[in-house]
Ligand binder design. Structure first.
Ligand code: PMP
Length: 418
């Protein structure tokens, strides 16, 4: 049956999409951290970074259904849920961020952030990390080096190595800041004025690099020194995943713009940005911005319900506690499985780097692919990232329990044992 679906999908949707796993899965239902396939088999979702509250969370479902039954429309009329959501979001941010703008996807949020940053700085130059992913539009694809050589970077884009504390050594904040300064200086030499440093605050697609805390404050200072803005892409780390509401908070830095998406509607498309009001002045004067669906009543209701559930269920604190338990378990596995070279993370954003040799730290690329697929056969879902595709990326819903974390650890232990 799956084979027939794969064939039909290729015939109808064409060749550009990729599916996960050697044996793709067909899910029909989700609940909490579990996904159920068409035969009713249960899978533990340690991959998902969208339904962060748990799949089909009843309070979000109810909020969406209630608003959809009343009214959904474009965003040119007054409606108050979007204002309630803006107010609730700003209450989670540093006081310097005073406005919120809504979009439908993280890509649109980053695209808008860059338009505003260009209008404010008058510059074009963007610095990103060497395996960054920031979105799907033409303007973001050309600054998303993780898309590979088939998608060339723009002339106005320079890359810096991510702050890899495992391979990079202890002088990391200073070196990262020096790289950023050099990247902006290099752009200037080509006549390109600085616009923004844009980073995922957990460096998720680069391979998950949480440390050292405080690093992003040093990085932001280097960007500002060059005349650029600091844009924190919180599309992956935001909404409690790192154990705090926002990934940048661990670094004691106030970004100029924060972009957000993915878990913001627990699966319903809603995204946006928070920004220092003064940065919007020129853009607001010169551009008439309209986004048909961005912040529509149903999306706003979903977003508001997400914030309420995060607070009422204490999910950031749960992410911190269960994440610490998971990392402790992974480190215990590392004492028995030499392939585990490094375990790192914050809350439930965890990277587990697999190496062929702990001395040379050579990426265990093929073995990592085997492990991801073998876990799928044991009905545990994760993925891999990093330049050697050898870093297990572990991002379960924030409602994960210790018992579920132990199921994951047990399955990984079995798979590593072979
Ligand atoms: N930024 C980051 C860090 C992301 O991981 C993603 C999505 N994977 C995006 C932006 C783009 O978000 P979307 O797919 O909702 O457009």
């Amino acid at each position: 049956r799956e084979r027939a679906m794969v064939e039909r999908r290729g015939r109808l949707l064409g060749p550009a999409y990729r599916l996960f796993y050697e044996r793709p899965v067909h899910f029909v239902r989700g609940e909490g951290a579990w996904l159920f396939d068409a035969e009713g088999n249960r899978y533990l979702d340690c991959y998902n970074n969208v339904a962060s509250l748990g799949h089909a969370h009843p309070r979000v479902v109810e909020a969406i259904a209630r608003q959809a039954a009343l009214l959904n429309t474009h965003t040119r009329y007054l409606h108050d849920t979007v204002l309630d959501l803006a107010e609730a979001l700003l209450a989670t941010m540093p006081a310097s961020l005073g406005h919120v703008m809504f979009t439908c996807t993280g890509s649109e949020a980053n695209d808008l952030a860059l338009r505003i940053a260009r209008a404010h700085t008058g510059g074009e130059g963007i610095v990103v990390t060497s395996l960054a992913y920031h979105g799907v539009t033409a303007s973001l694809a050309e600054l998303s080096p993780s898309l590979g050589e088939g998608v060339p970077l723009g002339r106005h884009v320079a890359t810096v190595a991510p702050p890899d504390a495992y391979r990079g050594g202890p002088d990391m904040p200073a070196r990262f800041a020096a790289d950023i300064a050099a990247a902006f200086a290099g752009l200037r030499r080509h006549g390109i004025r600085p616009c923004a440093l844009l980073v995922d605050t957990m460096f998720t697609s680069d391979g998950v690099f949480p440390d050292p805390a405080g690093l992003l404050a040093v990085a932001a200072a280097a960007a500002r020194e060059a005349g650029a803005l600091f844009i924190a892409d919180e599309v992956q780390p935001g909404f409690g995943r790192t154990g705090t509401m926002w990934g940048f908070a661990r670094h004691g830095v106030e970004p100029d713009i924060v972009t957000m998406g993915k878990p913001m509607g627990n699966g319903h498309p809603v995204a946006g940005l928070a920004i220092r009001p003064e940065l919007l002045e020129r853009f607001g004067r010169t551009v008439r911005y309209f986004n048909t669906f961005g912040g529509n009543p149903v999306s706003a209701a979903a977003g508001l319900a997400v914030l309420e559930v995060l607070r009422d269920e204490g999910l950031p604190a749960n992410a911190a506690a269960v994440g610490a338990h998971l990392m402790e378990g992974l480190r215990a596995l590392a004492s028995r499985h030499a392939i585990i070279g490094d375990v790192r993370g914050a809350g439930l954003s965890i990277g587990c780097e697999l190496v062929g040799d702990r001395g040379t730290r050579e990426p265990a690329t093929a073995e990592t692919a085997r492990i991801v697929n073998a876990l799928r056969e044991r009905r545990v879902l994760i993925s891999a990232s990093g330049p050697g595709a050898n870093i297990l990326k572990i991002r379960p819903p924030l409602c994960l329990t210790r018992d579920q974390a132990d199921i994951f650890l047990g399955a990984l232990d079995e798979v590593l044992t072979g």
